[in-house]
Design a protein around this ligand. Structure first.
Ligand code: GLV
Ligand code: MN
Ligand code: MN
Length: 415
């Protein structure tokens, strides 16, 4: 990363970073950041960020899916909008920039526009769910806005057994009205998301920002293995049906299979054996599986091979296996006309334009069902993300804000 500027960071970057700190304190646990969909912390974040939106002159509401939406009218009320934003939820024990930086920077850019009317409206959205931590299905907020939220998802349960339907009602939403969060195609000119890169490429290139070409597709599964619990001291090894041992073999199979195709990745990030006692053979193991690739055909091939192998392992080990796909999103291309405009804003700020793909998922993948999308990436320290060590410099925060501002000011809707 470049040496920190000796100049004090501009006021906009200072305000963005101060707000990032304040928002990071809205967390399930006091010593780290965890903020999941439809939680009390989600409501607190909407209230806090909604206040900053109002200060920036935006008219604010929470939509039928719990997304926070701020709108600035254009030359006359009701014009189609340029939609900016990202998500306000986090993974468990998260970094504080993933998602939040894009929302708070967009608010700052809108504030900097002042009263000058533009020939289009601007909306800043803080999506309620991108990470999918609570219900396994991801991008619930942006899917609702894009009109692709499947009402069957309302029956998904969180780890505590609460359905999404119940969680929405507890949040003050009407689960039967989620569809009304969907926006009309003619009302949205484009969706542009500013986000930390979450990888090491920009840092390695010595660049603060880059323009995204495409986002890798992804699939997620919930896999449950049922064997037989028993006494750890009395059941001989040859007579066991250990669900955790079977799951462990599945984890290694996923690693091996994904490693066999270039650019494909597979991750088991959750694994819960039960009943969970030192002296009891695990009778059940439930684990997650996340598979990604820039090429959808490869991703599907890897996922299918892992699923087949998990079934074969279960048969050989005489355990039952239930494999449910909870989520699938195709890879998403960023629109060339929008990439050109993001690239022009980067160049106008004096940087070489680097175009790069995104390995991480983003709300833009859901929004592409509604409108053309593009992304501006900001470098982050050591490429670390989904970790409390996620970091950016104040100088880079200022650069990202300037570039996004330049993009907004020069934005030309597609002819
Ligand atoms: C979201 O950050 C994802 O890539 O899963
Ligand atoms: Mn994330
Ligand atoms: Mn994110």
């Amino acid at each position: 990363m470049s040496a920190p500027s000796l100049q004090p960071p501009p006021a906009a970057a200072t305000r963005i970073l101060d707000r990032i700190e304040a928002l990071a304190r809205v967390s399930e646990q006091p010593d780290g950041l965890t903020r999941i969909y439809l939680s009390p912390q989600h409501a607190q974040a909407n209230a806090l960020v909604g206040g900053w939106m109002r200060e920036a002159g935006l008219a604010v509401h929470v939509d039928a899916a719990g997304n926070l939406v701020g709108r600035r009218e254009g030359e006359r009320p009701g014009l189609p909008c340029l939609m900016l934003g990202s998500h306000l939820d986090s993974v468990r024990n998260a970094g504080r920039y993933d998602g939040m930086l894009g929302v708070l920077t967009a608010i700052e850019c809108v504030a900097a526009l002042g009263p000058r009317p533009l020939p289009f409206a601007i909306e800043v959205v803080g999506f309620g769910d991108e990470e999918g931590v609570r219900f396994q299905a991801t991008m619930l907020g942006s899917r609702a806005v894009a009109g692709t939220f499947d009402p069957a998802l309302l029956d998904l349960r969180d780890a505590g057994g609460t359905t999404m339907r119940e969680a929405m009602a507890a949040f003050g939403l009407d689960p039967s009205a989620v569809g009304s969060a969907a926006r009309r195609r003619e009302d949205v000119l484009a969706y542009v998301e500013y986000h930390i890169e979450q990888g090491p490429v920009l840092e390695a290139e010595g660049l603060p920002v880059g323009v995204v070409t495409a986002i890798n597709g992804q699939q997620r599964f919930r896999i449950q293995v049922d064997g037989m619990a028993g006494h750890s001291g009395t059941v001989p090894m040859r007579l066991r049906q250990d669900a955790l041992a079977a799951a462990a073999e599945c984890v290694l199979a996923a690693e091996r299979i994904a490693a066999g195709l270039p650019d494909a990745v597979a991750t088991v990030g959750q694994l819960a054996p039960s009943p969970g006692a030192t002296n009891v053979i695990p009778g059940r193991a439930v684990f997650s599986l996340d598979v990604r690739s820039p090429r959808d055909a490869d991703r599907m091939r890897v996922a299918a091979a892992i699923v087949d192998e998990c079934r074969a392992i279960a048969t050989r080990r005489r355990v039952a296996i239930d494999i449910a796909q909870t989520h699938e999103l195709s890879s998403c291309a960023c629109a060339a006309w929008l990439q050109d405009q993001v690239a022009a804003a980067i160049a106008a700020d004096g940087h070489r334009v680097l175009a790069l793909p995104s390995g991480a998922g983003h709300d833009a993948m859901a929004m592409v069902a509604l409108t053309d999308v593009a992304m501006l990436f900001l470098r982050c320290r050591d490429g670390i993300s989904h970790h409390p060590a996620e970091a950016i410099t104040a100088e880079d925060a200022a650069t990202g804000a300037r570039v996004l501002q330049a993009f907004i000011e020069r934005f030309e809707p597609r002819a």
